[in-house]
Design a protein around this ligand. Sequence first.
Ligand SMILES: Nc1ncnc2c1ncn2[C@@H]1O[C@H](COP(=O)(O)OP(=O)(O)OP(=O)(O)O)[C@@H](O)[C@H]1O
Ligand SMILES: [Mg+2]
Length: 332
Amino acid sequence: MYILGIETSCDETSIAIVKDGEEIIENLIFSQIETHKIFGGVVPEVASRLHMEVLNKIFKLAMEKSNLSLKDIDLISVTQGPGLVGALWIGITFAKTLAYALKKPLVGVNHLVGHIFANFLRKDPPNFPFISLVVSGGHTEWILVEDYDRYRLLGKTLDDAAGEAFDKVARLLGLGYPGGPAIEKAAEKGRLIFDFPKIKCERELDISFSGLKTSMLYLIKNLQKEGREIPINDLAFSFQYRVIEELLERSFIALNKFQTSTLVLAGGVVANKYLQKRFSEVSKRENIKLFMPPPILCTDNAAMIASAGYYLYNKGKVDGLDLSADPSLEIF
Ligand SMILES: Nc1ncnc2c1ncn2[C@@H]1O[C@H](COP(=O)(O)OP(=O)(O)OP(=O)(O)O)[C@@H](O)[C@H]1O
Ligand SMILES: [Mg+2]
């Protein structure tokens, strides 16, 4: 079965063709980052316009490169939400038009479910049940996944997502946008010089980044007031260390609490090499089966949407031509 995946929820325009939910035939990603960089963040209207300009072009390119014809496509899978409403509509309208013209089934996919399914694009995907940590630009959530279509939210951020915190702290440190990769790069040359306080929330599986951000802000201000040089690399490392240790600790609390031995990481922040190293070390020590997508499948891409669409379709999910964008779609 060939699945066409379409992803336009934020600032990546992506088209993929995936075979049987696991084998990537094509996964073309056009990143708008260079355009949004000028503004220091994603501008929704600009994102929608770029999706409109690019989507059809990369669809044609993907079809050409795959040597498949339109009639070979068996299923159309598209991101329904969460995301930017205008951006989502571009992908959904494209998907519905194709589904109607080709008389093929259509499935709307939750973008976060898509991130989790980036781990299913392989021969030996995770077995249920498992704990998933979705850690991206818009979300930080611990989810108990019991089946392809059964998700239970265990805990989440009470304010910023981890990726958003990386982006904001990078701005404070003058490291530019997007912040995650910039902090990671600076941190490679840094040391742990500042032990940011542990993050405490009422519920043990919730997290909050506002205190950490404020500590960083005051630390920088005080150093500036004293006329001292800002140790950017060391602060980047100290921040990255605290965020990752907190994510790690909660992931293992969830694994213990729900007696599961599989941990599935998903979302853009998983591209961070220090995160990968720490999660690998501790999972090995604790005998936990760890899944992490390759970096290209951590950030937004349509292959993960195609994979999720395949498994959900096999579970009986089909959408009609009344499928709507839902900017705050929940998975629970
Ligand atoms: N190496 C890295 N280290 C830390 N963070 C990173 C790294 N690479 C990317 N990120 C962060 O990941 C985020 C982008 O991830 P992703 O594309 O999954 O988010 P999104 O699609 O904007 O949000 P969501 O999936 O929640 O809607 C950005 O905040 C970026 O800073
Ligand atoms: Mg995303």
